[in-house]
Design a protein around this ligand. Structure first.
Ligand code: PLP
Length: 395
């Protein structure tokens, strides 16, 4: 609503699965004028941000930053690693894995998108069979979306690594951590991940616009042999720069924000950050299950509890309900913003993001407003979601 629209008093409850709430101290850290990006004041900030991001990723690998969102990091990663006609296997199951496949195909990469049940995610048996069938090792990379933000299904990266190893398959393991990093456990080096694709606007609590890849030595070697055209995103050119990133002007402000955001994460402790996300996600899931009691209301879109997401919950609504009309009511009446359904789930689901700078009171506020909106909208549901969330948080 523009400046002339009705005033929305009180706090805007932002429960989107990215971008997320930006902590005040991060906003303050970025509230400053320009300085030369080769000035020592900025170089120190850049180095601190880069080292901090390596700690958050649990990697000693290369990091390449881009003035872009996640799509830019996908594109940069693919053009740096592959040549036209190279085969890659992308595990399907949602809007983002499909988008990664579509983007890669535009560059002439031969993508096989594994068709999987969107509500449960790929099975390790199916993945193993596919990799073992590739006896001549034509598949150059296995691409995995760690947290499929459209369906809220998390894939087990360590198990996937084990499947690759068990098959004796040399493919690079590429992982999109855009909606998992800073929300739940991810350890790049220990888990044997070759390339990470990430973005600033979710668990890292920053504005959208800074994306990155992290790359193992094996990935950098693959890059040296890859011939897809690239210029702005060229890792070789980047590695020759002081920043080992960017071609052109360095966007300085996000790095001031990143140093502060990582300071906040580390002050809380990464394990505690993950535990908090798990606690708040548990409250949302408890509420959804309470609303769906009696099997006629909303339900968890993800049917695989071992793969529940601690950063987002996709909620399937009864067919009689248009999810976007419901979301509009939530926003217009109660100033609560939630995520919509993507791709084939448009209008069928809404998504509560519970990632980033969030606490119990904020999550209860969102859940309470959702329950209130369900009642007003006449959305079939059982009462007691808020009470169930409180029980879950108190346990
Ligand atoms: N991958 C995942 C898992 C995402 O959640 C998103 C965005 O939400 C993207 C990729 C695309 O990133 P962006 O929208 O920042 O370009």
């Amino acid at each position: 609503m523009g400046a002339m629209g009705p005033r929305k008093p009180g706090r805007h409850f932002f429960a989107n699965p990215g971008p997320t709430n930006i902590p005040d101290s991060v906003l303050r850290a970025m509230d400053r004028g320009s300085i030369d990006f080769m000035e020592s004041e900025f170089l120190e900030v850049f180095d601190a941000a880069r080292a901090g991001l390596q700690r958050v990723l649990f990697t000693g690998g290369e990091i390449f930053f881009y003035a872009a969102t996640g799509h830019g990091a996908w594109e940069a990663t693919m053009v740096n690693l592959f040549s036209a006609g190279d085969e890659v296997l992308i595990i399907g199951g949602g809007y983002f894995s499909s988008a990664w496949a579509a983007l890669s195909r535009k560059f002439g990469i031969a993508v096989e998108l594994m068709d999987v049940d969107m509500r449960t995610g790929v099975t390790m048996e199916a993945l193993s069979a596919r990799l073992k069938a590739d006896t001549s090792h034509n598949i150059k990379a296995l691409c995995v979306v760690h947290n499929e933000t459209s369906t809220s299904v998390v894939l087990p990266i360590q198990q996937i690594r084990a499947v690759l190893d068990d098959a004796g398959h040399p493919a690079l393991l590429l992982t999109d951590t855009i909606s998992s990093l800073g929300c739940f456990e991810f350890k790049m080096d220990e888990w044997g991940v070759d390339v990470v694709v990430g973005g600033s606007q979710k668990g890292l609590m920053l504005p959208a616009g800074l994306a990155f890849s992290a790359a193992s030595a094996k990935a950098v070697a693959a890059h040296r042999a890859a011939t897809l055209p690239r210029f702005y995103f060229d890792w070789t050119a980047m590695m020759e720069r002081r920043f080992r990133s960017f071609t052109g002007t360095v966007p300085i402000l996000p790095f001031f924000g990143m140093v502060e955001a990582i300071r906040l994460l580390e002050q809380e402790g990464m394990e505690n950050v993950w535990a908090r996300h798990h606690r708040l996600a548990g409250a949302v899931r408890a509420a959804v299950k309470a609303w769906g009691a009696g099997n006629q209301g909303p339900e968890m879109y993800n049917l695989n509890p071992a793969r529940y997401s601690d950063s987002v919950t996709t909620i399937l609504l009864p067919e009689s309900v248009n999810a976007d009309a419901f979301r509009k009511l939530l926003l217009d009446r109660f100033n609560v913003s939630t995520g919509g359904g993507l791709g084939v789930l448009t209008g069928r689901v809404f998504r509560i993001g519970h990632m980033g700078d969030l606490n119990e009171a904020m999550i209860l506020g969102t859940i309470g407003a959702v329950e209130l909106a369900m009642q007003i909208h006449g959305l079939p549901h059982a009462k007691g979601g808020v009470a169930a969330a409180i029980e879950s948080l108190a346990a």
